[in-house]
Design a protein around this ligand. Sequence first.
Ligand code: FE2
Ligand code: FE2
Length: 372
Amino acid sequence: MATHKSVETKYLEERRQFFHGLRNLDRRSFLKVSAAAVGATAGLAAPHSFTPVAVAQGSETTESKPAFRFAYISDSHLYEKSVNDRFVRGLLRAVDDVNKLDPQPDFVFYGGDLAQLGAVKQLDLGAQILKSLKAPLKIMVGEHDWYFDLGDKWHDLFGKSTYSFDHKGVHFVVLNSVVERDFWTARGMSPMERMKTVAGLDNGVQSSFTVGEEQRNWLKEDLAKLPDDAPLIVFSHSPLYKLYKNWNFWTDDAEEVQAILKRFKQVVVIHGHTHQLLTNRIGNIHFHGLLSTAWPWPYAPEGMPELTIQMSRPDPFNPNDGCGDGEVLVHADGLVDKVYSLWNRNPITVSSAYTASWGKESVPPKPNRLAY
Ligand SMILES: [Fe+2]
Ligand SMILES: [Fe+2]
């Protein structure tokens, strides 16, 4: 008689096998491990990621064909694998999604909050998994990566946290938008107390996120050489506008950064941190949020930007619902079609034609279930 294995036993066996593979992870063993990670969630999530439909949708709804594309992954919030393996699986799944793209994207952008509490082991684990990406990696910091050691380990692993680069005629800028005023020294806080304070909601102890004067000056200088019609894409972890302060969906000097960007004909700002479909436009600046691979935040109770196509309320019985990764299709003028590849829902494309027309044209189809 065949031995019957309970769901729990199967889960534990898969988990053991999965982490055994993770121990010596290199690109060759990655496919095996990530296949196990996806297999372990099979039955819970439909494989939607990176269907050609999303790409076709983008090009149909815009006047020009995208000049190139990059993929994105964000907000994995990794704990050590002995504490929480679900978030590790989430990142592995996203890396697997991106590696399956054919042709490969020009690069992969990681949107910050790789770690949950900025610990060396969490950041090392994240860096190890991201090494398995076939395409080159560009990365920015989130507050969860930063406030244990104020960026020491992150810099060791990934280099500069403020930088710019040019790619196929588009100028890209990467900012650290989670700079806080020193609230910890006077209070005699330990590094972990500081980290946990920032990881919580705005409780009146921490100061608000900023880009800060130093980076604003750097930004002015970096952009000085560009003409007003230069295609420009800026990455920031927190949204570079003020959405909802109590949850830190907020950058305190947003208006000052927007003022630096004002002379450009159009600018795209892409941010992490909010873990949801989020679209906004303030004058010449088009804002797009990124999905998380760990969990979806609900929408803020007030301040929702009008252009936002709200994602569906996640199914509470499916821990991967509302999570995902995606692609950004970049047009020659620098505007983008933003593809949200939700792991358990139809992909949604927020096109450049939609934001360029202030939401009048190319309205994305409504999500297939109710919103919050
Ligand atoms: Fe996050
Ligand atoms: Fe964050």
